[in-house]
Structure formats: structure tokens, C-alpha cells
Design a protein. Structure first.
Length: 113
């Protein structure tokens, strides 16, 4: 996976109820079915996505995260072996990131695990 996709995975791929892994797994299924992830890549996707979801819950940014989740699941598409997401999802992701950063007084981000 390229760096942009990995970064996007680490942030976004985070949905569902904390510790459930439901939506994190759903997203990673879509991504890995398209791009052919191996087991380690799939597991890393689920763990990182769930960690981002947990951060969103921890800092009461779940509304912002719900927007990310909805966008990613509705506006993602497999083209060949490339998993592509609408650019609007990056805007939603940025809002969720700002929320976690601001509510943690700058100590954390969706990407800090």
C-alpha cells in the first residue's frame, strides 16, 4: 500500500463501537478485497482503524467520526486493484482530526496510538 493509503487507513478506517471492530473490519474488508492485502496488512488496518475510533470516542468527537465513516463506506470504490475514496472524505477526516487535537489540548491526534 502506498503511504497516502496507509495514512488514510490509520486515520479513517476507524468506525464502529469501541472494542467491537465491526465497522473497522467492514472498511478493511472493502480495502483488502480490492487491493489484496495479506493477513498482516489486514490485521494492521483493523487495529489502526479501531484505535482511531477509540480516540474519537475518548475525546467526544464521534459525530465528526460518523461523518468520516459514512463518507468512506458510501463513497469508496475499487478501480482495478486501487481502493479509491472521494476527496470529500478527507475534509471529514480533517475535521475529526482537528476535534481530537483540540479537545486533547494538542496532546493527541487520530493517529497517535
Amino acid at each position: 500500500m502506498n503511504k497516502l493509503k496507509a495514512l488514510f487507513l490509520l486515520t479513517m478506517l476507524s468506525f464502529s463501537v469501541p472494542a467491537c471492530g465491526g465497522t473497522a473490519a467492514e472498511y478493511c474488508d472493502l480495502l483488502c478485497d480490492c487491493e489484496g492485502c495479506n493477513d498482516d496488512e489486514y490485521d494492521e488496518c483493523v487495529v489502526n482503524t479501531q484505535a482511531s475510533i477509540d480516540k474519537a470516542y475518548e475525546y467526544d468527537c464521534i459525530d465528526e467520526w460518523d461523518d468520516v465513516e459514512a463518507c468512506m463506506l458510501e463513497k469508496s470504490d475499487c478501480r482495478g486493484d486501487n481502493f479509491e475514496t472521494d476527496i470529500d472524505c478527507l475534509d471529514d477526516l480533517a475535521e475529526a482530526e482537528v476535534c481530537v487535537h483540540d479537545r486533547s489540548d494538542g496532546r493527541f491526534s487520530l493517529f497517535s496510538y
